[in-house]
Design a protein around this ligand. Structure first.
Ligand code: NAD
Ligand code: MG
Length: 404
């Protein structure tokens, strides 16, 4: 086999999630191109066992020894001798394996930071879905990408669209490339037109019922508050080295235009397609080639209209909080992310009303001074502090409710 036909060996962090499963779907369509080296999961061990039996990875990672025993039993029964690793160390190990060419970083939240960074430090081709990693530690993360010579390809549909709409040789200098603005599109989520007075009562189930995309629960709630777009503004800042004032959010309810780049000469380039994550995943997996992704062709006649609106700041306060954190720089985005993760988890657990999510985040941003983050330990310390503070705010709110 020649070098050009060598199979790409893939580690998927977060294989049982929405992005992980979509990645495996694309990979399955091209067995001549890809080989699964490692799969990881945090819960749903039976699902991971099923994926291992189908894709026969050399390694699998689970959270605990107990989970490892369960998985091991299922895999032995199926005649597999997959090596099973555990915990954060296990995740970091499979992210940095010598045999791995590509790592799909699709763990949700702060838990994805150190495994994703391990892949970056090992100089892998890193397919980044885990936006929280970049929000928490953008400067350090991008410095490691450059130092290690890792190749970072965005999976988030908006950033993948921007990547496709930038010059192929874009090297992080927007002025030299004649880029005037980045326009990130947002669907507006399930509550774009819900009367404001009804937002206080919305349930997790309603918040997770996204009109255009099927996603994990955390990002679904983030889409409903538009914190997802706020995190994406920060993500775009780091990926493309563009300042906050040149990144604008545009509500586009059909989710067909996935984002746009405006140039000095007035040209605006965009990437369009059906809302299906297999498109950006296939793009990044095969880059710079193009492969079949199982996605239905875009039917513009069926779509009929493409609409665009300005986001309503009153309805979506999280968006302004994210811009505030990006402008404050230093530890502020890590505070924002940590508070959001705690508030969203509390909302999903029925412990916090929807409208309090933004209040918890604002309170955490107000509470802590912005400090510089010299290393990942400092990032993790800020993350832990902010999470603890957000948890206290949630508990205090519950106590007040109980007394009323
Ligand atoms: P998901 O909840 O469906 O899956 C998350 C995956 O991470 C699962 O495999 C889970 O086992 C694993 N995981 C969760 N907590 C973990 C922990 N503490 N330690 C180790 N593993 C853990 O989430 P998703 O929707 O697939 O999103 C994954 C990431 O991709 C998120 O950062 C999200 O913002 C981003 N993203 C998702 C979509 C989408 O369409 N789903 C689109 C753009 C970006
Ligand atoms: Mg997105």
């Amino acid at each position: 086999m020649t070098e050009t036909t060598k199979k790409q060996r893939l580690t998927i962090l977060g294989a049982t999630g929405s992005i992980g499963l979509s990645t495996l779907d694309v990979v399955s369509r091209h067995p001549e191109r890809f080989e699964i080296l490692a799969l990881t999961a945090h819960t749903r061990i039976n699902e991971l066992a099923r994926l291992c039996i189908t894709h026969r990875p050399r390694y699998a990672v689970v959270a605990s020894d107990q989970d490892a025993r369960v998985l091991s039993g299922e895999l032995r029964a199926a005649g597999l001798n997959t090596e099973i690793l555990t915990g954060t160390r296990g995740l970091e190990q499979v992210a940095a394996l010598g045999e791995a060419d590509t790592v799909m970083a699709a763990i949700v939240g702060a838990a994805g930071l150190t495994p994703t960074l391990a892949a970056v430090r090992a100089g892998k081709r890193v397919l980044l879905a885990n936006k929280e990693a970049l929000v928490m530690a953008g400067a350090l993360f991008m410095a490691e990408v450059r130092r290690a010579g890792a190749v970072l390809l965005p999976i988030d549909s908006e950033h993948n669209a921007v990547f496709q709409s930038l010059p192929a040789d874009y090297a992080g200098s927007f002025e030299a490339s004649g880029v005037r603005r980045i326009l990130l599109t947002a669907s507006g989520g399930p509550f774009r037109t819900t009367p404001l007075e009804q937002l206080a009562q919305v349930t997790p189930q309603q918040a997770c019922a996204h009109p255009n995309w099927v996603m994990g629960r955390k990002i679904s709630v983030d889409s409903a508050t538009m914190m997802n777009k706020g995190l994406e503004v920060i993500e775009a800042h780091w990926l493309f080295n563009v300042p906050a004032e040149r990144i604008e959010v545009v509500i586009h309810p059909q989710s067909i235009v996935h984002s746009l780049v405006e140039y000095a000469d007035g040209s605006v380039l965009a990437q369009l397609g059906n809302p299906d994550m297999r498109t950006p995943i296939a793009h990044a997996l095969a880059y710079p080639q193009r492969i079949e992704a199982g996605v239905a062709p875009l039917d513009l006649f069926a779509a009929g209209q493409l609409n665009f609106e300005r986001p309503d700041e009153q309805r979506f306060p999280c968006l302004a909080l994210a811009y505030r954190a990006l402008r404050a720089a230093g530890s502020a985005p890590a505070l924002l992310n940590a508070a959001n993760e705690v508030a969203v988890a509390a909302f999903l657990a029925g412990r916090l009303p929807f409208l309090r999510i933004a209040e918890v985040i604002a309170a955490v941003l107000d509470r802590f001074p912005v400090v510089a983050l010299p290393d990942i330990d400092a990032v993790m310390a800020v993350n832990a502090q902010a999470r603890a503070a957000a948890e206290v705010i949630v508990v205090n709110w519950q106590d007040r409710q109980d007394r009323q």
